[in-house]
Design a protein around this ligand. Sequence first.
Ligand SMILES: Cc1ncc(COP(=O)(O)O)c(C=O)c1O
Length: 390
Amino acid sequence: MSSNKHHDLHFESQLIHPPGDGDDIYGDVVVPIHLTTTYAQPAFAQPPRYDYSRGGNPTRQVVEDQIARLEGGCGGLAFATGMAAITAVLSLFEPGDELLIPNNIYGGTFRVLSRYFERFGLKHRFVDVADLAAVEAAFGAVSPSPKAIVFESPTNPLLAVADIAAVSDIAHGHQALAIVDNTFLSPYLQRPLELGADVSLHSATKFLGGHSDVLAGLVAVRDEALFHKLHFIQYSTGGTLSAFDSYLLSRGIKTLAVRLDRQVANAQRIAEWLEEQPQVSRVYYPGLPSHPGYEVHKRQAAGAGSLLSLELAPGRDPQRFAQALRLVTLAESLGAVESLICHPATMTHASIPAPLRAEMGINERLLRLSIGIEHPDDLLADLEQALAAI
Ligand SMILES: Cc1ncc(COP(=O)(O)O)c(C=O)c1O
């Protein structure tokens, strides 16, 4: 790991001053982009700190050390996409192992498990992660018991909240790993490793990058032995983040706190407003006291995030609503400065078979909003005119 002269700073200041900041001989104020693929070696069998950029690169190292520090882990790893990060983490397991996952996990995680890893004998089973008795029962239901629980809190797109500390405790009681996809909140709002999870991972494409201009995945790990296993997987399979994208990501991370402060305030106001609208039958947002996970979320996270889902009232056309919006763009993805809307049934969760989708509660009238940093009055005006149009 790089030197860290800033370990005693507040989180917001750590964002601006990553570990290794100031290591560069010229005193660069921003992270230099080291495009080199290889490094001069002084002699045979005397590898320098970096020898080949798949194994390590100084620009990538900055974001790897940064995510480790921000999440409170012993090490971090940066990948080309969130899915590359998830694939590396799932590669920890063996044929015949079983994993527990919530049934409304991100569609891409479900797809890679059901259509890729299953071919190699890695099994998965659904569990309601918001129900601790169900999690305990699921671990005890088969022998050998599941090797890990892979979950999100809040979940995508229904924002169900799992008690990360309690779920991690249950997993550890069965010698299993607790792996949290922390994409929806980022370490600014929630730090799963501090709550007891073993791995916290991100689609850094979202809040950490923050500007819809870089695909990236980040993993932070609590335990050294696990970190070394994952580093080996990263090095051997090669889905690493490029130097240029590492730079973009390091730039995005600097403004995480200020962006999120605005995004969360906007989302809270919009969620409260949507709850009052007759064209909306249900709002899913963990910052609303009506949300079943409100108390648990408040205990384990520093804010409710900027993702919210809404179900239009029967008879209201979700497509017309989405197309009537002028400021909010109909697009995949989330977490960046601009507000986006998506239709999970045909977009993010289209890879989930329709009957299973219905069982999960993702119906055709469900829409997910990712609230950006626009002025809240403009966002409310846009939503209001689009609701009036349906
Ligand atoms: C919760 C969550 N995890 C993982 C991913 C996958 O990340 P990426 O698109 O960077 O591969 C996404 C992408 O939408 C996501 O929303």
